[in-house]
Design a protein. Structure first.
Length: 469
């Protein structure tokens, strides 16, 4: 009997190759996942490799090795709600009119300004927000109303509660609530609950990533820490050997590690953009409960100690691993950049930021198209950083400066100071120490004219800017 030949089944083979080709094409065409970890009041130098703090941050260091460290990343206002609104809408506070830090029951961000979640959902994205929202605590203004499919966390700052160190009567009018997808999971947060915040947020984010691994997603993680009051879970108590602040930072570093691990475990690392940064600089009046920045002043000011945040972006295959960039960009650029990558439409009302993906991927020929990034404190327009990062202009304004630091969770006092028209050469003087407006009068005149045009459009009630050499 002749042996039976094992001939290939041509139709089946062709079908298999066709399916494999479709799968490969689908993988190549899949829209990028986006993870944004947005800390609260973290200083520029709080993590290695930006600073050299006396505690380990291996996961932040690894993210920098896997992505790009951006030394000149800005936020347009160094205060909670205003900074978050800029990140979520791509618009300056001057446009959205979201200034300062909003309290319980506040209306927050006007619905006419679309959030990143609302922009990405029509493009097929699952969306989750895990942490501190702080863009509205009224009906129709919370995360589930603003484009997020899932939400776990708090609606405003963790110090806005009955245990506030300065004004417990005022902030104790409403309980601090821990929300879980529209429900009051913890109707009134206490000290023990706050210790679990970082862990709860991390667990929720990891769960979200795992459940949505088969579709593009936006995972927004605005941690409430290291905003005071500081809390850390039992596993991290005393771990840093550098006090409570160090323990908190180590737990946040752990959180980042868990999120990155979830991406790897689910085969998503290569298709995910990870952005790690902070809403503003440190709240230095809290002394040993605050972070560090090498730049002038801190949170609540328009100097770089307040508005320049450490930032790392990772995108395997797109952003060169272990790179460092001194290119200037801002949180308002996140929305238009991500929207372009996701194939999503920007709102017809427009945004102030620009698509800066070439900048993020190290294209040396790319020139930032924006003339400047607005800097405000409260509703006061105080100046700007130019889009190329070369110049920082201050128009006349008052500002707070630390008189003496507090200790053990209590704030120290500020003193009030004032600055007139000032121009700083940021390439030579990133600490804003020498006013060179007289030496560079033509630059000063041109930038003051830009500031005046911006004032007329967005801050018409503010006195006109006039500077004569």
């Amino acid at each position: 009997m002749r042996p039976r030949l094992l001939t290939p089944k041509i139709p089946a083979l062709i079908s298999l190759l066709f399916v494999l080709g479709l799968l490969a094409a689908t993988a190549a065409e899949r829209k990028p996942n986006v993870v944004i970890m947005f800390l609260d009041d973290s200083g520029w130098a709080d993590f290695h490799p930006f600073g050299n703090p006396p505690y380990a941050t291996p996961n932040v260091e690894q993210l920098a090795k896997d992505g790009c460290r951006f030394n000149n990343f800005y936020v347009p206002q160094a205060v909670c709600s205003a900074s978050r609104a800029a990140l979520m809408t791509g618009c300056f506070p001057g446009r959205t009119k979201v200034f300062g830090a909003h309290g319980p029951k506040a209306g927050g961000l006007d619905p006419k300004f679309a959030t990143l979640a609302e922009i990405l959902k029509p493009a097929g994205y699952a969306t989750g927000c895990f942490g501190k929202w702080h863009l509205g605590d009224a009906e129709g203004r919370r995360p589930l109303d603003r484009g997020f499919d899932e939400n776990v966390g708090i609606m405003y700052s963790n110090d806005m509660w009955k245990n506030h160190p300065g004004n417990p009567k005022h902030w104790g009018k409403y309980p601090l609530i821990w929300w879980d997808n529209g429900e009051h999971k913890v109707p009134e947060v206490d000290h023990e609950h706050q210790k679990e915040f970082t862990k709860w947020i991390t667990e929720a984010a990891v769960d979200f990533i795992t459940r949505h691994k088969d579709e593009p997603f936006l995972c927004y993680i605005p941690h409430p820490q290291p905003h005071v009051p500081l809390y850390t879970s039992k596993a991290f108590e005393g771990k840093s050997g550098a006090g409570l602040y160090g323990d908190v930072m180590m737990e946040l570093d752990w959180s980042l590690g868990q999120v990155v691990k979830a991406l790897k475990d689910n085969g998503l690392e290569d298709g995910t953009i990870v952005i790690f940064t902070s809403d503003n600089g440190p709240w230095i009046s809290y002394g040993d409960h605050a972070g560090a920045t090498p730049f002038r002043e801190a949170k609540g000011t328009s100097f770089d100690g307040g508005c320049r945040s450490a930032c790392i972006v990772k995108s395997p295959g797109e952003i060169k691993p272990g790179s460092t960039s001194t290119a200037t960009w801002c949180s308002v650029d996140v929305v238009p950049t991500i929207a372009k990558l996701a194939g999503a439409k920007l709102p017809e009302s427009g945004v102030d930021g620009h698509d800066v993906w070439p900048l993020l991927t190290g294209d040396a020929s790319f020139e930032n198209p924006i003339p400047f990034y607005e800097q405000t404190i409260g509703g006061d327009f105080q100046g700007f950083i130019t889009g190329d990062g070369a110049w920082k202009l201050h128009v006349p304004h008052g500002y707070r400066s630390l008189k003496s630091p507090g200790k053990n969770g209590l704030p120290g006092p500020y003193m009030q100071k004032r600055i007139g028209y000032a121009l700083f050469d940021m390439n030579k003087d990133p600490h804003e120490t020498v006013n060179v407006i007289e030496q560079h009068a033509e630059v000063g005149k041109r930038l003051v004219e830009l500031a005046e045009a911006h004032r007329k459009e967005f801050f018409p009630k503010k006195a006109a800017f006039e500077w004569a050499h």
